[in-house]
Design a protein around this ligand. Structure first.
Ligand code: FRU
Length: 510
């Protein structure tokens, strides 16, 4: 294993050295004509959060307070691989531009700082308030690096998240011999006037309640006999979610690793009821928030000002996260998404949408076509020049069975193929460029049966090494990484016959 890792690192150092010593013309004129400099610069996304340096995994403590969206994250400040976990910190006013802040939480005598959440304690139930600001209270897992014991602890900030003090009587929730007992997500339950904690325990979720964030009572456990159990359950989140008529239900997100829908890490969810003590769900099938390989450990923002279920996940997969070919930094977050309940034709699901903030990044309208066509082609086009674009198209399958969207260069490409008969969308990255792991270069499968309208709207956000693909306004989502060896400048949309099936097409440069 170790040897394999070392040889991978050597191969990449070698490639990077070769490419950084050549200029583009030289490279283009040699036999591997399309190779240009690869490396961090070409893979680091522009409008997704990445840490300035070193390792990042789960988003933590996402909270909104006084005009600022806070994003904390699992961070190893000393290496680009997982290690002693700290909470890194970034702030944004618009969910697009992020400012990295000093590290918020460092490991201490009780251990490393694993994932958790933050709440705004407006009523000062914890008694942590010292000044005029409401205290922000972080509830996180302390992981003892010697015996891996996991307990739950608190820290608080009275200066809008700038400085943090750990609670002197940590931990506030000890562990009764559960091997994996972590990632507390806390929210205020208005009806019972209590804080509710959901926490992953092996492959189920435990519910606790508290009047003050300090004393916790066990309520119940959920999940033993339902959902996917191919791996450990992690990073739960519990929230109310509305449908378009304003009707409410409860959702419980649960990340699972391995056992995701396309291998490795994934996030499933349950829709049901919660009465302040017990979560129940009559859901029979396993539902996935994302069919891509690269959206993990995602949860929603606390105290979101417009009461949106605003979600963000870690854009990687534990099966290969530490081998992703970037060195100065490792990993990005997904773009923020809003989650909604869609409850039609006995089909009760969560749909994910890009939030309106996206308009801040959308630049020139490069293609805006409302006339139906049978084929669309961009060849060597600057629109896709830097590998960052937003595409939205509506494809009409009334008279065709199969269509594909392919973007790439002469030697490699990514292909989305939807087949109406099999009711399946394939995202094929097998010829997409650099692959460092079977899972990373695989073909992703996503079951999706078209609605009666026969229309498939595909919205796609591409940011250099990532793509986020939404089918019919988020009924299905695929988030996946891709590492082209040269810019992808060609795009083609075609169907299995000459019918004018491309009803609308819009491409924006980002
Ligand atoms: C999920 C996870 C969490 C844990 C953290 C450690 O990706 O394994 O369960 O708290 O990462 O970094």
């Amino acid at each position: 294993m170790k040897l394999l890792k070392v040889s991978r690192i050597l191969l990449f150092t070698f490639l990077t050295l070769i490419f950084s010593n050549c200029n583009e013309d030289e490279i283009l004129s040699n036999s591997t004509a399309e190779l240009v400099t690869i490396g961090d610069k070409d893979y680091r996304p522009d409008f997704h959060f990445t840490p300035q340096s070193n390792w990042m995994n789960d988003p933590n403590g996402m909270v909104y307070y006084e005009g600022e969206y806070h994003l904390f994250y699992q961070h190893n400040p000393d290496a680009s691989v997982w290690g002693p976990m700290h909470w890194g910190h970034a702030i944004s006013k618009d969910l697009v531009n992020w400012q990295e802040m000093p590290i918020a939480l460092y490991p201490d005598d009780l251990g490393n700082i694993f994932s958790g959440s933050i709440v705004v304690d407006s009523n000062n139930t914890s008694g942590f308030k010292t000044g005029s600001e409401s205290p922000l209270v972080a509830i996180f897992t302390h992981q003892n690096p010697v015996n891996n014991n996991q307990t739950q602890s608190l820290a608080f900030s009275n200066d809008k998240g700038r400085s943090w003090t750990k609670y002197e009587d940590n931990p506030v929730l000890v562990n009764n011999n559960i091997v994996d007992f972590r990632d507390p997500k806390v929210s205020w339950h208005e009806e019972t006037q209590k804080w509710i904690m959901v926490i992953a325990a092996g492959d189920e979720i435990m519910f606790y309640s508290s009047p003050n964030l300090i004393n916790w009572d066990y309520e119940h456990s959920f999940g033993k006999d339902v959902g996917a159990h191919g791996g450990v359950w992690e990073c739960p989140d519990l929230f109310k979610i509305k449908d378009e008529n304003g009707q409410e239900t409860w959702a419980l997100l649960v990340s699972i690793n391995p056992g995701g829908p396309n291998g490795g890490s994934g996030t499933q969810y349950f829709l049901g009821d919660f009465d302040g003590e017990t979560f129940t769900s009559s859901q029979e099938s396993t539902l996935w928030l994302d069919y891509g390989t690269d959206n993990y450990a995602g949860v929603t923002w606390s105290n979101e000002p417009s009461n949106r279920n605003l979600f963000m996940g870690w854009m990687s997969n534990w099966s290969y996260a530490q081998n992703v070919p970037t060195y100065s930094y490792r990993s990005a977050m997904t773009f923020a998404r809003t989650l909604h309940w869609q409850n039609t034709n006995n089909n009760s699901i969560i749909v994910s949408k890009l939030p309106t903030e996206l308009i801040y990044v959308i630049g020139g309208n490069m293609v805006d076509n409302n006339n139906a066509t049978s084929k669309f082609e961009l060849l060597n086009d600057e629109t896709l020049g830097e590998g960052k674009f937003y595409l939205e198209t509506t494809l009409d399958f009334s008279a065709i069975n199969e269509a594909k969207i392919e973007w790439g260069n002469k030697s490699s490409s990514v292909v989305i193929n939807y087949n109406k008969v099999t009711g399946e969308l394939l995202l094929d990255r097998s010829e997409s460029g650099y692959k460092f792991n079977n899972l990373n270069g695989n073909v992703l499968k996503c079951p999706y049966v078209l609605p009666d309208s026969n229309q498939l709207k595909i919205s796609m956000l591409v940011d250099k090494s990532s793509m986020e693909i939404f089918l019919n306004d988020g009924e299905r989502v695929l988030t996946a990484l891709v590492f082209p060896l040269a810019p992808f400048k060609n795009l083609e949309i075609s169907g299995n016959n000459e019918i004018e099936f491309i009803k609308k097409l819009k491409i924006n440069q980002l």
